[in-house]
Design a protein around this ligand. Structure first.
Ligand code: UT7
Length: 324
């Protein structure tokens, strides 16, 4: 049987120049490098420069992904951009990237599923390819969470960072078997009853930008259980087991969540790509950043089975299994 697959043909990322070590927070907050490192695994994060916006970061990551694929902007049919921190209320950050790249055709739109945004964007891009609407789609995760931090709240502001990562998916023929390259399985979930444990207390309708608010312990409790469940569901859908997985590329929020989920999945940490120490939690950007770093460092190679999983505000969570 022949079937269509959405295959990764390019990957890239961009991190803003400014690197902020944990110690920088010690001057203004009752916190310490030791606390942040031991409770979250984070050692440093990047913050966008004044005036640098999410679409700026996204465009740079997009250019890196195009270069790695050897493609031009007009080779793309669509852009799907995952973000919760778009430059403006509208137009979408995706259309801004489209203009910046000089892409004159196709279409572009944003996806908002907070930290699960990239998994949602990947699922949408995969569906666009499988339905025959596009041949090539640029999938971006980009955030400037530094813009929604309450700098007096030590329980949140030390955890997040800015950045962008991008993939290019291309329609290719497959056999329908798990040996195909490309997206093999998707699992998406949300449960709006958990709105109050992770949200921003502002938005267009309230006429304020607002700040991120999080009951960290509660989110943590949901995270390990739901991440392992969604990864297992995505694997079960295609009859795959964790011993067939080469790399888990998790959302990078907390090293303890990453370790707990890997343990539940029965996978050693040697098979997990970890960037949380260098990037902090970059929400929708964290998975494509980790994929790009994982490829650059020589960890992820063509043919490897990669499982991505993420959870964030909503709660929204999900997983994608793909063969690189
Ligand atoms: O990406 C979206 C998903 N988000 C997440 O996955 C985040 C999930 N949650 C977490 O990662 C963790 O819950 C945190 C890193 C946010 C917090 O770790 P924790 O082990 O759950 O700590 P806690 O919230 O229970 O706080 C323990 C103590 C508290 O003091 P008391 O009440 O025990 O006296 C906090 O006030 O640590 C205190 N604390 C801090 N101390 C120093 C909270 N933040 C800080 C800080 N520095 N920055």
């Amino acid at each position: 049987m022949t079937s269509k697959r959405a295959v990764v043909v390019g990957v890239g990322h961009y991190l803003p120049e400014r690197v902020v070590p944990n110690s920088e927070f010690e001057a203004t907050l009752d916190t310490s490098d030791a606390w942040i490192k031991s409770r979250s695994g984070i050692e440093r994060r990047h913050f966008a420069a004044e005036g640098q916006t999410t679409s700026d970061l996204a465009t740079r990551a997009a250019r890196a992904a195009l270069a790695s694929a050897g493609l031009q902007p007009d080779d793309l049919d669509a852009i799907v951009l995952a973000t919760s921190t778009a430059d403006l209320t509208f137009p979408s950050a995706a259309t801004m990237v489209q203009a910046e790249l000089g892409m004159t055709g196709g279409f572009a739109f944003d996806v908002q599923a907070v930290c699960a945004g990239f998994v949602y964007a990947l699922a949408n891009a995969n569906a666009l390819i499988l339905s025959g609407q596009v041949q090539r789609v640029l999938v971006i995760g980009a955030e400037t969470f530094s813009r929604i931090m309450d700098w007096t709240d030590r329980s949140t502001c030390v955890l997040f960072g800015d950045g962008a990562g991008a993939l290019i998916l291309e329609a290719q023929g497959g056999t329908g078997a798990n040996s195909d390259r490309g997206v093999l399985s998707v699992d998406l979930n949300s449960d709006g009853r958990h709105r109050d444990i992770l949200y921003v207390d502002g938005g267009v309708s309230t006429q304020t930008t607002g700040y991120l608010r999080m009951q960290g312990k509660e989110v943590f409790r949901h995270a390990v259980e739901k991440l392992a469940a969604t990864a297992n569901t995505a694997m079960n859908k295609i009859g795959m087991t964790s011993d067939q997985v080469d790399w888990v590329v998790p959302h990078q929020a907390n090293i303890r969540i990453i370790q707990g989920t890997a343990k539940k999945l029965g996978l050693p940490m040697e098979r997990v790509v970890v960037t949380v120490q260098d990037h902090g939690n970059t929400s929708a950007a964290s998975i494509p950043l980790a994929l790009s770093v994982g490829v650059q460092s020589g960890q992820i190679k063509q043919g490897d089975v990669v499982v991505t999983e993420a959870i964030g505000g909503g709660l929204a969570w999900g997983a994608v299994v793909l063969r690189w």
